[in-house]
Design a protein around this ligand. Sequence first.
Ligand SMILES: [Zn+2]
Length: 368
Amino acid sequence: MNTEPRRCTRCILPESFPGISFNVDGVCSICQEYDKEWGHINEDYFKKSEKKLKRILNNAKKLKRRYDCLVPLSGGKDSTYVLYLCKRVYNLNVLAVNFNNGYQTDEAFQNVKQAANILDVDLIIYKPRWETTKKLTRGFLKATGEGCTPCNVGVGLTISRIAQLEKIPLIMNGISPRSDERSPRTIYASGGEYFMKVVKRNALLKDIRSTIYEDQVRQLSFWHRFTRKITRMTLMDQGVFRFLPKNMFVRNSIPLVIPKYVEWNEDTIFNTIRNELNWKESEVGKEHTDCMLNPLKCYLRHQRWGFGSKTQKYSALIRDGQMDREEALKLITDEGDVPKNLEKVKKVLEIDTEEFESIKQQYHGDYI
Ligand SMILES: [Zn+2]
């Protein structure tokens, strides 16, 4: 019996992808959206958008703060490349911040230290206490079947706290809207509101007291959102703010998605960071090499939906002209396999077999 699902004729997304539809040629709606949004881009587009990027960076430089930007550095490929661009190519005063969630791979730790040394930038490593991290990850896994949100939220809160202390205008981000997976909230939900909902409903509030995670409450406040908006308008050079002294208005840092402005080619990225920064991948693989929990995340997603992050990532690369469809289909054949490091992960998180079976049944959908 052929159990191979129907897939988009251009990328490899299967029909089980939530909300997907196909046109008469069998091309999926996600590919069609990509074409609408990015189909027109060419060299000329990037010339113009890089100019725009440089103008924003100059606005930040003119503030003459100690640091022009903060780079969250996980030791994975994109953040390492962002650090390289900011320092080597755009000549910014950079502060690198590494958030260690306790599941950081040894290779990622080496990549972080090495990149900071070679590029000669200041580096802060922040590791919240282990018991808190473990309780949150376990709590989220048991309630929602995903354990990534505490880390994502933790990174966001840590970098925005440090950025605020140092008055850093820009926080750099290396997630490409063209070549990285984009998941609807039914597949993956993150963000402060979702985080707080899970925390409150699962009696985890006491566990985040007096930790960095408590900052989430402040981040959701009206004042915080309002001042961030003003900072964004000021730095991006829009409207009336163009004529006013910038230093007055830049109170909060704003995130800047670098791949929106420049080409984000995987081969170029890997070649650059391997050659220039001696970057190495871990047993987890080339993608998300920084976290030992990533294979678990992919496995749990595959259990629920019949496809994992690899299918999504490679689909994005195919759309962006960076991967061949046949090659992608070959690379996903092992996607549903039990992660090689599963026993290690279960031991670290103190999860027994019964708990693991229950985690496989959980779904974050009740909280979105
Ligand atoms: Zn498609």
